[in-house]
Write a protein that binds this ligand. Structure first.
Ligand code: PHE
Length: 338
């Protein structure tokens, strides 16, 4: 039986050295190492041997199996390597084939406007401030000088979550929050963000839109500072040939208040005006509630509608385009900036 075993080993190793394909190697594995192989059947004949020869024979069988396994493993590795080398030698990469196309989105037109305005004001020394969209009545109205029964609240009739919590109707509450945070120190901020008002959506109205608030508080701030900031912004956005016109207006949180119009050239060559934002000097009550002494500090504030800017810049005919996520619309603003 021992000779038989060694003979099997010889044929197995010989077959292995002659094998040329991975399939042949697999066939050899099944023939010599599987449960149905000759070696396995020899193992089952172990019982026929005298008791004292059994351990030595068992050990020999295992040794033979290990040898065959090792040889098999080695040969398999060699063949695999050869196959790979052959593949590498015959296959060439065609570098002229087009690569995978990845769909690349672009920044939403409204965010392009916001980023553009942020860039401008950061360059002028302003910080970008932030506040929650779900806001307390206290910050949204009270600290903006609109107490509970103020008639101007009606203009912003809004989405209340409970009696004291609402979706903010403007970005002005960020003024109040930042003033308290700065604890009486001078400040310059702009705060872009979403605001909400109960409104029926149509081409020019949306119940959700975006504003950018600006607020500066310091000593010796005059109306001229406000006018300069507004003119700088308008020219940055619409071009250096533009000018602005201020009309008296009313906001509870500013005094005096203005509506700001931007000039444009009509087809007949005359000058037309388009209203773009509201602004004013910070109301003494707002300063006081925010922790500033109105005898020492003054400020100005403005609030601009982001959609309005984008509509004017890109000649968009319906505000709802901004929110319906139609890629045919959005993909027109690839890298557009001014
Ligand atoms: N908060 C005002 C609005 O939403 C805009 C504004 C801000 C006006 C700051 C003046 C100063 O209508």
């Amino acid at each position: 039986m021992k000779e038989q075993l060694l003979a099997i080993k010889q044929t197995a190793l010989k077959a292995m050295s002659e094998a040329k394909t991975l399939q042949e190697i697999e066939d050899i594995r099944i023939l010599y190492l599987s449960k149905k192989s000759e070696i396995s059947s020899l193992m089952s004949k172990l019982r026929d041997l005298p008791q004292e020869e059994r351990p030595a024979f068992g050990a020999l069988v295992n040794q033979v199996k290990t040898e065959i396994e090792l040889a098999l493993y080695e040969k398999k590795g060699k063949l695999e390597e050869e196959a790979l080398n052959q593949l590498l030698a015959t296959e060439k990469i065609d570098v002229t084939l087009p690569g995978y196309q990845f769909y690349q989105g672009q920044i939403h037109p409204l965010n392009q406007v916001i980023e553009d305005i942020e860039d401008l004001f950061i360059g002028l020394g302003y910080e970008v401030a932030d506040g929650p969209e779900l806001e307390n009545d206290h910050y949204n109205f009270e600290m903006m000088n609109l107490d509970k029964d103020h008639p101007a609240r009606a203009m912003q009739d809004s989405f209340y979550v409970d009696e004291n919590t609402l979706l903010r109707t403007h970005t002005s509450p960020v003024q109040a929050r930042t003033m308290l945070l700065k604890k009486g120190a001078p400040l310059r901020i702009i705060c872009p963000g979403k605001v909400y008002r109960r409104d029926d959506d149509d081409p020019t109205h949306s119940h959700q839109f975006m504003q950018i608030e600006g607020l500066v508080i310091d000593e010796k701030i005059t109306f001229a500072h406000l006018k300069d900031a507004l003119l700088t912004m308008v020219r940055h956005l619409f071009g250096s040939e533009r000018t602005i016109r201020l009309r008296p207006s009313y906001f509870p949180f500013t005094e005096p208040s203005v509506e700001v119009d931007v000039s444009y050239q009509k087809k007949d060559g005359t000058t037309g005006w388009i209203e773009v934002l509201g602004a004013g000097r910070v109301h003494p009550n707002v300063l006081k509630m925010g922790g500033y002494d109105p005898d020492h500090y003054q400020g100005f504030a403005f609030g601009i509608g982001v959609e309005r800017i984008a509509i004017l810049r890109y000649a968009i005919d319906d505000i709802r385009h901004f929110y319906t996520n139609d890629v045919r619309f959005l993909s027109q603003f690839k890298g557009v900036n001014r």
